[in-house]
Ligand binder design. Sequence first.
Ligand code: ZN
Length: 189
Amino acid sequence: MSVRPILTIGHPLLRREAEPVPIDEIGSAEVQGLIDDLIDTMRHANGAGLAANQIGVLHRVVVIEVKDNPRYPYKPPIPLTVAVNPVIGPIDDEMVRINEGCLSVPLRGFVERYVNVKVTYHDRHGRRHEGVVRGLTAGTWQHECDHLDGTLIVDRADPRTLATWDEYERHHRDDFVKEITGFVNRVGS
Ligand code: ZN
């Protein structure tokens, strides 16, 4: 288990599509080690999630966890989730505008996300899960699954809303947190 360097925008592996993990290889030392490294690296960087591309591995694996997150204090908690070969899709056309950040991009910006999505994935024990996620949690899932397809927030963000973290905090944070807190209270996640 180790904290790995996180690739940043411009690194070609962030732009590649990751490959599915054969189900009978989920238990292998390689994949289990990758999962452990993703968790350690995400926690070390205070991320809400991390995709394997971000540490330079082209396997379709993401980890997600939100627990008193200092980068995203308005995000409702998400228990540690390991998703191997996640498949995600909207279940209706309701959208929300979320100001997102990314450990691989030194900017924040507003991205349109589906509010209600269905997810299917395998966990680290190879068990299959299927469920619906909503709200900001659905946004986090969409962000992490985008990484597996080589997509970054700058591709989806309204470019005129891009801001450094300092300028976000200075000029945009208060309005966004007020707006998104109302949304979270309404949707429940
Ligand atoms: Zn990201």
